[in-house]
Design a protein around this ligand. Sequence first.
Ligand SMILES: Nc1ncnc2c1ncn2[C@@H]1O[C@H](COP(=O)(O)OP(=O)(O)OP(=O)(O)O)[C@@H](O)[C@H]1O
Length: 246
Amino acid sequence: MLEVKNLCKEFKEKKGIKKAVDNISFKLEKGEIVGLLGENGAGKTTTMRMISTMLKPSSGSINVNGFDAVKNSADVRRNIGILFGGDVGIYDRLTARENIRYFAELNDVKKEEINKRIDEMAKDLDMEEYIDKRVGKFSRGMKQKVSIARSIIHYPEVMLFDEPTTGLDVTAARTIHDFIEKCKSEGKTILLSSHSMKEVEKLCDRVIIIHKGKLVEEGTISGLKEKYNNNDLEEVFVQLISGGVK
Ligand SMILES: Nc1ncnc2c1ncn2[C@@H]1O[C@H](COP(=O)(O)OP(=O)(O)OP(=O)(O)O)[C@@H](O)[C@H]1O
């Protein structure tokens, strides 16, 4: 379960205060995939970073499986897995196993469990051949598998995907889609930010649309299409953020 209430994040700028996230509230039940949609700069990554405890909210609250993201940040980190687009935070000079182990240690996975768990995942993700090789020369697809393994090493219940397929080819994007669907079938709660309406339609049960930091609409994809009398989600999105409907 993931619940965000009246969440705000302000950044100080030369010109004054920038409200990157402005009083957003939403709730995701266990086993749901919810899409977080918004144009560049809408506040998606800032929202994700606050949920993942990387960034402290200016005000409002975040609850992850009963834990508060500010007061119980270590518990929240144990309950959350994050997959960013690209190979964010993968160290080229370390082997795949060392990269995954490093992350496991940060997330308090018991030392005696780490190697066993990595071996299991190497098998599941077909990485056994290169699990002990340095990541530097890996293909993008291989690095992607390291990122996937890293995001689930601690068996998180809630998964955050921040534009996970940006810049990937069709096959690599499909690996990520299959992984997201597997997470759902395991009952994980999933928040997915994406610019691809096709991806969102394929994967999400519901969507939340944000614009300039504010939540402008939420609902099921079919519900929104019906409400705005348009069968094209992209059209509904564009109209909403340009203030053309409501
Ligand atoms: N550390 C920061 N300091 C100042 N301003 C920031 C900071 N992080 C984000 N912002 C600003 O907050 C706003 C929201 O940014 P954010 O990265 O959350 O958008 P986004 O929806 O993820 O966009 P994109 O789709 O381009 O990734 C932007 O105007 C951005 O410039």
